[in-house]
Design a protein around this ligand. Structure first.
Ligand SMILES: Cc1cc2nc3c(=O)[nH]c(=O)nc-3n(C[C@H](O)[C@H](O)[C@H](O)COP(=O)(O)OP(=O)(O)OC[C@H]3O[C@@H](n4cnc5c(N)ncnc54)[C@H](O)[C@@H]3O)c2cc1C
Length: 350
């Protein structure tokens, strides 16, 4: 697999500098297995949580200045972290504030930080009689992660209600503007983009453009080399247009969606659907028809309940998961001529 980008950095110099800037929030050699729902992944040299837009900017600028690799993640529910972990910094998006900015009889404008937990938000909005995101009741990610993949379920998705996203551009020169605090080119800056500029389609957005994964002949995923800043565009928050509805009716929909998941999805650790559905078909159906339901490699298994889920049965490695991904992709391709695309993102140093 391609090597990570070749910028050298020195963890011995990075950790004290990060602690100077961010204090006790910084941890060394943090196992990424703790921060993703697959429960796999080696250590990050430095781990930090970012609780405000100002801190996100500060962190990005510091990393840029020192050429420290920086990876931003949310709840790690759509990510497969490498057994090698990640050199440099892994930051968890933790901007958790949200509020209703404007409302009238029929609708309301939600302003949410990128670290807001989607299922919890859905509950809070239901109690306030605000509808539009209840499909996210069983999508355990953050608002930022949901925008990245235009997450969706039950026939709805982010694109249906999102109005704008606050996006960090690594280089102010790219935006053709100076930053909000007056800084000039070459400094990271945040800009609010309208939904039309986010390129949201089925499980895609402009934020995933540079994450295209290719596959070798054996079906093994080949992640692109790491860039210094991942993703190069980071989401700090987003706004959504919601409509008013009866709280009981919203709660009833949420309960129905949760129940459906309980019945159809495996209880073991996973990152949800591994592959996107190909046009007009379902990846789960194809993998099952290829005879792979229940297949195991190491401690990873193609779920006997839902063949598009790979589960960690206890002590799996990311190598086990990747081997199952390769087996499923190769077999489905050989049997049905369908080239499955990954929904899950491979993160860290592969
Ligand atoms: C049990 C289960 C069920 C699921 N069901 C569904 C479903 O029905 N529909 C669906 O769409 N998904 C589903 N998922 C997948 C997942 O929950 C969603 O994709 C979710 O939106 C990911 O959010 P996250 O915060 O966990 O992102 P992460 O997994 O942390 O990150 C995903 C990617 O986004 C990037 N990223 C994260 N935050 C930011 C940010 N603020 N700015 C820029 N980039 C960022 C990361 O670098 C990474 O590349 C499911 C997952 C599980 C475990």
């Amino acid at each position: 697999m391609p090597a990570m980008h070749d910028v050298e950095h020195d963890a011995n110099e990075m950790l004290p500098a990060l602690r100077d800037a961010f204090g006790a929030h910084v941890r060394a050699n943090e196992p990424l297995a703790r921060h993703g729902t697959f429960g796999v992944g080696g250590p990050a040299d430095a781990w930090i949580t970012v609780a405000s837009e100002a801190d996100l900017l500060r962190l990005v600028r510091l990393a840029q200045r020192h050429t420290w690799p920086l990876l931003l993640i949310g709840n790690g529910t759509n990510a497969l972290f490498s057994d090698a972990g990640a050199r440099g910094i892994v930051a968890r998006m933790d901007i958790e504030e949200w509020h209703i900015a404007a409302e009238d009889e029929n609708s309301a404008l939600l302003v949410a930080g990128a670290g807001v937990n989607l299922p919890k938000l859905v509950n809070d909005l239901a109690a306030r009689g605000l509808s539009g995101l209840e499909w996210g009741a069983g999508v355990p990610g953050t608002i930022g992660g949901a925008v990245v993949s235009n997450a969706g379920a039950h026939g709805a998705c982010v694109a249906d209600t999102i109005q704008t996203a606050r996006v960090l551009f690594a280089d102010a020169a790219e935006t053709g503007e100076t930053g909000e605090t007056g800084e000039t080119a070459a400094e990271a800056t945040v800009r609010e983009l309208p939904a039309a500029e986010l390129d949201l389609t089925y499980r895609r957005s402009r934020f995933r453009e540079q994450r295209e994964i290719t596959f070798d002949d054996a079906g093994r995923p080949m992640p692109p080399p790491r860039g210094p800043l991942e993703p190069p565009r980071m989401i700090a928050g987003a706004t959504f247009r919601l409509r008013r509805d009866d709280p009981d009716a919203i709660h009833a929909r949420v309960r129905k969606y949760r129940q459906h998941r309980k019945e159809t999805q495996p209880p073991q650790p996973s990152a949800g659907s591994v592959f996107k559905n190909p046009p007009g078909d379902y990846s789960g159906r194809l993998i099952e028809a290829a005879g792979l339901k229940g297949a195991r490699i190491g401690q990873a298994q193609i779920s006997p309940r839902h063949a598009n889920f790979i589960v960690n049965t206890g002590g799996a490695t990311s190598a086990d998961v990747v081997a199952l991904i390769a087996l499923a992709r190769r077999t489905v391709h050989e049997r049905f001529g369908v080239a499955l695309e990954l929904e899950v993102e491979l993160r860290g140093d592969w």
